[in-house]
Design a binder for this molecule. Structure first.
Ligand SMILES: Cc1ncc(COP(=O)(O)O)c(C=O)c1O
Length: 414
């Protein structure tokens, strides 16, 4: 019997980490344990969030609509227009925007839709391919496997690849079978940030070969100095460069949410923007097997897209944490300050061994880079084996304490 996609699903990185560390007592010579393995923002969302939720409590008795509220879609379209300097009217809230209860579910569903469409257009002998970075956010794998497609991990772990995958350079026969390519910038876990040229190349390749470029941009507002370019920049550039009258968002889906930008992962509010045909299918599929932003939460989420003050505050907090990382890890050979996102991607030689030691000797829980890759990838296929991922999401003093412990343990080893 052949193995099904469901049989091939593998444990989440955090489950794999629990299997590695749960039997070990955390070292206490520096104090209480510090958990840096998970990227859960710690800041509180602005005060208007709880009050708006309370004011809209009447909505708890209603089923929210998969298309969401017009106000919410409008706020998202306005945010995209302002953030990426798009011409007024380029983003149509009714055709280009699908609301999302966070982006995880929609990233998954986009894979199902793209593979289903690709399969219908391909000879039966051609298994659709799902491109994903190696290492990657595990949801992309889940989508590829449950769509019974072939996941194709493309190297993205190390400086040689600018910490990002380069799908456009894959051989033609591979690109011809590609249904969707996931591209995460700023990247979890590596902190890689694509240039506009890189995104433009990937978009051009997606259009040439008829696949979907899925741009996961949920870390876009957490950066050091310069706002990272995004899919919307590439869309605008392509619209300028070509006389083509097709929809400016064809072949692209852009995913973003309030989870990181507003420090509100519990609110479950985000969006997908892009190709109208795919947006329509996403909204339809969400009516079958997805969830929606609950009505009492939508006004608060709308307001969060309209407000930048709290985002600027959040960003300043992360910038302070990156400065602390520079102070504590500067000069350590495996350290580079990422340009954006809130993860350190630290080359420690052997990520699993380092994670074990950090926990056992210093009570710091870090994620081995290998756990963000497929468990069978192994050996030189997985350059992320060399790395650990550390989330900078704690208060400054806790972060400093954690990084100081990391350096002590790693240098002891040297
Ligand atoms: C790369 C990446 N994409 C998407 C998500 C999903 O976030 P949410 O569903 O909260 O929007 C996460 C969450 O950690 C992530 O790291």
């Amino acid at each position: 019997m052949r193995e099904s996609g469901a049989d091939k699903l593998f444990n989440y990185p955090y489950r794999r980490l629990a299997d590695l560390l749960d039997a070990t007592k955390p070292g206490d010579r520096f104090g209480a344990p510090i958990l840096t393995h998970i990227g859960e923002p710690q800041g509180a969302p602005p005060d208007f969030v709880p009050s708006l939720i309370a004011e809209n409590a009447g909505g708890w008795s209603k089923y929210p609509s998969p298309k969401g509220k017009a106000d919410y879609r409008r706020a998202v379209a306005d945010w995209l227009t302002k953030r990426y300097g798009l011409p007024d009217g380029m983003v149509d809230p009714d055709r280009h925007i699908a609301p999302a209860p966070g982006t995880r579910e929609q990233l998954f569903m986009a894979g199902l839709i793209a593979v289903s469409k690709k399969r219908a257009r391909s000879p039966l002998s051609d298994k659709p391919i799902v491109g994903l970075p190696n290492p990657a956010y595990h949801v992309y794998y889940g989508a590829a496997l449950m769509a019974e497609a072939e996941p194709l991990p493309v190297p993205a772990a190390s400086p040689e690849t600018n910490f990002l995958p380069h799908y456009a350079a894959l051989p033609e026969p591979t690109l011809a079978r590609m249904a969707i390519a996931y591209y995460c910038t700023p990247s979890n876990p590596t902190g890689g940030v694509a240039t506009l040229d890189q995104i433009a190349l990937e978009l051009a390749s997606a259009r040439r070969h008829g696949y979907v470029l899925a741009l996961d941009e949920c870390y876009s507002e957490i950066y050091n100095e310069t706002p990272p370019p995004g899919g919307a920049d590439a869309v605008l550039q392509a619209a300028h460069d070509s006389a083509d009258a097709g929809d400016p968002f064809r072949n692209i889906l852009i995913f973003n949410s309030l989870s990181k930008r507003s420090g509100a992962p519990g609110l479950r509010a985000g969006f997908v923007a892009g190709d109208p045909e795919l947006i329509e299918k996403l909204i339809m599929l969400s009516g079958y097997g997805g969830s929606q932003i609950p009505d009492p939460l939508a006004p608060a989420a709308t307001e969060l897209w309209r407000s930048e003050t709290h985002v600027e505050k959040n960003r300043a907090l992360y910038q302070a944490l990156f400065k602390i990382a520079d102070e504590e890890l500067g000069g350590y050979p495996g350290y580079t300050r990422p340009a954006a996102g809130f993860f350190l991607w630290l080359d420690v030689g052997d990520g699993v061994a380092a994670a074990r030691r950090l926990w056992a000797e210093a009570g710091v829980k870090a994620l081995p880079g290998a756990f963000m890759s497929h468990p069978d990838a192994g050996g030189t296929e997985t350059p992320s084996d060399r790395y650990i991922r550390i989330a900078l999401v704690h208060a400054p003093d806790v972060t400093r304490d954690a990084l100081r412990r990391v350096r002590r343990v790693l240098e002891d080893q040297a």
